[in-house]
Design a protein around this ligand. Structure first.
Ligand code: LMR
Length: 395
């Protein structure tokens, strides 16, 4: 009996709730767990621009063979231009190696494997952070260390972040969220990023940006501020990104990994090693989603329309966050005004674990155990119910 001794693993902290939610027979249940964009009707819609680009893809695509191990070069360039901006891409492309990835997750994992093989045996990640960062880097056999990102008083622990960075040694890797920090939504200001960059340059730490929510905070350009600031300084760095949120292509698994080195020669060697890592993992990525993204970014009309769709998404997220805060204040005097300043999909609420448990068990309101609420899951049909429930459990 080989398999008898296997113990059941703990459920995933984010997706692990999905099955329970589906099986929950309560009519007023509310899903606020995974970071998926939902519209005012509670659906996760396919963007119109994605639909249009898919139609074009179906007409034009005649090739059925494999993509290159590190993906479609046209897509990698288009996505790279989105992340770094045209000017930086044009002036720095010789030192940027880019690879298509299977969502942001595989970009992180391939980067983790690369770091473990050639750079370091440990990585510093923020506390708190996206729950999956820890298992991904552990799977890469990296020792995962934490630096304090968020303070007691519902605010960014900037002095602590800076303090940790100052202690960093050359070649040590620090992970940052490029924008819309997950789960807190609390981002560094432009001035603070400047200070972080100066410290990184002094210590020669290797910065690693996870840019999963570009365009869902302040805008496509604004949300790339930190990544572009660092890239512009000429330092070595790593950037991972995903089209899951930005293009609503969750189930197509589309992302990218960019490694910025000193020159073309280093890029060539990095490219050979990344391809080796990918080949022994998933061999090469799927074509469809990436080529859809490349078509949107490659057409002026589609790109403009897509930016309009993204703007509406951003505005709805901010509206729902504001509504939650305002109605909680009106209903129960609860002052969570700090949430209004936050960026992206989440409201990191001050719930105890017990309050999160009660919201789930007594009211059928599903959020992650750390009190992270996906504000896209809120709409006019459930907002009052959620506000009443929160008012009950926090009183
Ligand atoms: C989230 O944070 O909920 C999303 O990024 C979905 C995921 O893969 O965990």
């Amino acid at each position: 009996m080989l398999f008898e001794k296997i113990e059941e693993a703990l459920p995933d902290p984010i997706f692990g709730l999905n099955q329970k939610f589906v099986q929950d027979t309560r009519k007023n249940k509310v899903y606020l767990s995974a970071g998926i964009y939902m519209d005012g009707q509670g659906n996760a819609p396919m963007l119109h621009t994605v639909k249009k680009a898919q139609r074009i893809w179906v007409e034009e695509d005649t090739k059925a063979s494999y993509l290159a191990i590190d993906g479609d070069r046209n897509y990698v360039e288009k996505l790279g231009r989105l992340v770094f901006g045209d000017r930086l891409w044009d002036t720095s492309k010789d030192r940027i190696y880019g690879s298509q990835s299977v969502g942001g997750t595989s970009a992180l994992r391939i980067a983790g494997d690369f770091l473990k093989a050639f750079i370091t045996d440990h990585i510093f990640i923020p506390a708190p952070t996206w729950a999956n960062h820890i298992p991904i880097f552990e799977a890469s056999q990296l020792d995962v260390k934490r630096y304090v990102y968020y303070g007691q008083n519902r605010s960014l622990a900037f002095e602590k972040i800076l303090g940790e960075l100052k202690k960093g040694k050359a070649g040590e890797v620090f992970l940052f969220h490029g924008s819309c920090h997950n789960p807190t939504g609390a981002d560094l200001s432009q001035g603070q990023w400047q200070e972080i960059l100066e410290t990184v340059q002094k210590t020669r730490i290797l910065p690693f940006f996870d840019l999963a929510y570009q365009g869902l905070g302040d805008g496509v350009e604004e949300d790339a501020y930190a990544v572009r600031l660092f890239a512009d300084s000429g330092i070595e760095m790593i950037v991972t990104t995903t089209a899951s949120k930005t293009f609503g292509l969750y189930h197509h698994r589309v992302g990218g990994l960019y490694i910025l080195s000193k020159d073309k020669n280093a890029c060539m060697k990095i490219s050979s090693q990344i391809k080796k890592l990918i080949r022994s993992n998933y061999s090469n990525p799927p074509a469809h989603g990436a080529q859809v993204v490349a078509r949107i970014l490659g057409s002026n009309d589609l790109r403009e329309e897509w930016e309009g769709e993204l703007k509406k998404i951003r505005e709805r997220l901010q509206n729902m966050r504001n509504e939650l805060v305002d109605r909680l204040y009106q209903e129960s005097g609860l002052d969570w005004g700090y949430l209004k300043e936050r960026k992206g999909m989440f409201a990191f609420c001050d719930f105890t674990k017990e309050q999160v448990r009660r919201l789930l068990e007594e009211y059928g309101i599903y959020m992650t155990e750390n009190g992270r609420v996906n504000v896209a899951g809120l709409n006019e049909s459930n907002l009052d119910y959620v506000v009443d429930a929160i008012s009950e459990v926090v009183r």
